[in-house]
Design a protein around this ligand. Structure first.
Ligand code: SF4
Ligand code: SF4
Length: 123
């Protein structure tokens, strides 16, 4: 849990819930092939490690520019994918290159608040 400026406590899942779900193009994984291993906070890293461990898998290095957790069927760590993956495409500052959008793009004020809260997870 983290404390926001307004004094309210919030979790990583609360933060994720502030991000609108993307309406991706069916079968598209283009952005997963562009940025290598997605950045993640220590808590997100621990979640990914635990998820992989439970499946007898382990952390992988980047595969060139492609995320190592991408398979032909899509993201293999989808339930614990980090903030970076969840935010991509949902705001005017990180638009999807294929033109996909969430139902409603994040307003800049809400995006700023989300980033502000996300930064607290790096401390
Ligand atoms: S955000 Fe865009 S590029 Fe990335 S998977 Fe979705 S549709 Fe494809
Ligand atoms: S963690 Fe999943 S959603 Fe994120 S870049 Fe890798 S394959 Fe894509």
């Amino acid at each position: 849990m983290r404390d926001a400026d307004d004094g309210g406590a919030f979790s990583l899942d609360d933060l994720y819930a502030m991000i609108p779900p993307m309406e991706c193009l069916p079968g598209c994984t283009d952005c997963c092939r562009l940025f290598g291993v997605p950045s993640r906070t220590p808590e997100e890293d621990a979640r990914i490690r635990a998820y992989l461990h439970a499946q007898g898998r382990s952390i992988l290095p980047a595969q060139g520019t492609c995320c190592p957790y991408l398979s032909e069927k899509g993201c293999t760590i989808y339930p614990v994918r980090p903030f970076t993956c969840r935010l991509f495409g949902t705001s005017p500052t990180v638009l999807c290159p294929r033109g996909a959008r969430p139902l409603e793009l994040l307003h800049e004020d809400l995006e700023a608040e989300i980033h502000s809260r996300y930064r607290l997870f790096w401390r």
